[in-house]
Design a protein around this ligand. Structure first.
Ligand code: DGJ
Length: 543
């Protein structure tokens, strides 16, 4: 081999190593990438699914209080903690920052090898401005409040004030600058900007600045966005615009009509611009992904009776137009209809992140469902420290299972290659089509073998299925029984083989081969209620 060829060969061998060497990877900030027809979060250069939990609001205000919480998080195999950073505590005096709490949080998370998503409790927390420092709260001349339709000031900073924006932006920027300098391990992987923004008790703000903006023309940037994205707009918004004749200029009521929905659209734009300015300033210092979460509204409740104008499905396009620095708009779940809401949040193939879900007994099943049905970046129940028996918590068993599936989730995107199933007594059956086969998932209790099947309520069951080859599937979940059909009616589907097992460092290690009673003599695949596991399924067909 000539020297030149040796050099080329050497370069070919070592360059991939250089690209993947831990040294290089460690320098890569967390980011969102597009790969295999889905959006993925990468941490140190590798895809990362957040198997998370969010702290109760006040827990991270004292690190002694946190001491008993970390072991619970480890016991549940969380890889990510969503923890607030409070404006009032980092900037107790204007311009004087105290990052001691953040510093301790970073150090402890790093020690525990748990990543952090920081929740910026800045101008708004569940609509209110309870986390702004006292020097902001007490100076309403300088930091004006939103007003209701009667002109009464609320404990909500108005977004129609440059002073309000600059005060929050400076504090958030100081935090991001601090993270950029201190967080060399990239423990913080994402930022939540504000928390459940929304206008109460009126659908819109009646501050004089708001009234002026409401009477003025809809900004050209928004009109251009709507015109350019007309084909993808949510029907809720499109219909309002079309009902007015799709005008391309005019004030808010000219363009969208006179209604509370228009008040919400107007506020959504201004909340979005405000939040975008903060997120963009932060990203300029430390460019990691950012999201905004939403309190979901209940049916037949009017804007203003629910916190109006957060990034809800009906105003999602407005948020997208107004806040390009926000990567994800995320639903918080304290409502029923898990699937219906997630469907709305994933329109146009958007990635999903579930930063909050009420801590209840449905979590494990919903985590399986969410990671199967959607390109979910993460799942995170609220008040994670309230767990009673962390070592035996079903969510922990689910996270240990989901963690093993990382490579498969990266490789096989939702809809085309994977699907999710969510079942209870009322909805005890669901069909899934993947490749040549149709799968019927039923709740485990439909078998009637368990005495608990007679109860009025069944535990929520959930699963995901991934197609990995023409006849190969991976099923993971809890409380399900699955039968199969070839989609070609002339062919009959049978089980070639089912194995239960685990992926260890990405490699399948089989446990039992599930035949006989375990697959009902070749009729079904089953993961009982109370079990949380993975089975590999190979089908075959005959005529
Ligand atoms: C949703 C909020 O985002 C959380 O901070 C917390 O207040 C919960 N609601 C309480 O249920």
């Amino acid at each position: 081999m000539t020297f030149l060829r040796q050099l080329i060969a050497l370069t070919l061998i070592i360059s991939p190593l250089l690209i993947r060497s831990p040294l290089t990877l460690a320098k890569e900030l967390p980011q969102l990438i597009q790969q295999n027809r889905q959006q993925l979060l990468t941490v140190d250069g590798k895809p990362f699914f957040m198997l998370g939990g969010e702290l109760g609001n006040s827990s991270a205000s004292n690190m002694d209080y946190m001491k008993d919480i970390w072991p619970k998080l480890k016991a549940m195999s969380l890889n990510t903690l969503l923890a607030p950073v409070y404006w009032e505590l980092i900037e107790p005096k204007e311009g004087e920052f105290d990052f001691s709490l953040v510093d301790q949080l970073l150090k402890e998370a790093e020690k525990q090898q748990i990543k952090l998503v920081i929740l910026w409790f800045g101008s708004w927390k569940n609509s209110m401005s309870c986390y702004v420092p006292a020097w902001v709260k007490r100076d309403q001349q300088r930091f004006p409040r939103a007003k209701d339709s009667q002109g009464r000031s609320q404990e909500i900073l108005t977004p129609f004030s440059d002073a309000n924006l600059m005060a929050d932006l400076k504090a958030y920027s100081a935090l991001m600058d601090y993270l950029h300098k201190k967080d060399k391990q990239h423990t913080v992987i994402m930022m939540q900007v504000e928390n459940e923004i929304g206008m109460l008790p009126s659908a819109r703000d009646y501050h004089p600045g708001a009234n002026k903006a409401f009477a003025a023309a809809v900004p050209t940037e928004l009109m251009q966005y709507l015109t350019q994205h007309q084909a993808q707009l949510a029907p809720e918004l499109l219909q309002r615009w079309q009902a007015q004749g799709s005008p391309t200029q005019g004030n808010w009521e000219d363009v969208f009509g006179k209604s509370l929905a228009t008040d919400e659209i107007f506020m959504a734009w201004h909340f979005a611009r405000f939040t975008n300015a903060i997120a963009a300033a932060g990203k300029a210092l430390h460019p990691i992904p950012a999201y905004v979460n939403a309190a979901l509204n209940r049916p037949n409740v009017k804007p203003g009776d629910y916190p109006s104008a957060g990034p809800l499905p009906q105003v999602m396009d407005i948020w997208q137009a107004g806040a390009p620095a926000i990567d994800i708009f995320a639903p918080d779940f304290y409502n029923p209809d898990f699937k219906a809401w997630n469907d709305l949040y994933t329109r146009n193939n958007k990635a999903l992140f579930i930063p909050e879900h009420h801590f209840d007994e449905t979590l494990a099943a919903k985590a399986f469902f969410a990671f199967g049905q959607y390109n979910t970046l993460g799942f995170s129940p609220f008040s994670i420290e309230s767990v009673e028996d962390a070592a035996n918590e079903p969510l922990g068993k689910t996270y240990r299972t989901l963690h093993q599936l990382t490579n498969l989730l990266v490789q096989y995107p939702a809809k085309t290659h994977r699907a999710g199933v969510l079942l209870d007594k009322q909805n005890s059956e669901q069909k899934v089509i993947l490749g040549d086969y149709e799968f019927t998932f039923r709740h485990d209790y439909t078998l009637g073998w368990s005495p608990a099947a007679k109860e009025d309520e069944w535990p929520t069951a959930g699963a995901l299925i991934i197609q990995t080859g023409a006849e190969d599937y991976v099923v993971a979940g809890t409380g399900i029984v699955v039968t199969f059909k070839n989609r070609n009616a002339d062919k009959i589907a049978g089980i070639d083989r089912i194995e239960e097992g685990n992926y260890v460092k990405g490699k399948w290690q089989r446990g039992r081969v599930m035949n006989g009673d375990q697959d009902h003599q070749g009729r079904h695949l089953r993961i009982e209620v109370g079990n949380y596991g993975i089975q590999q399924l190979k089908l075959y067909s005959y005529e």
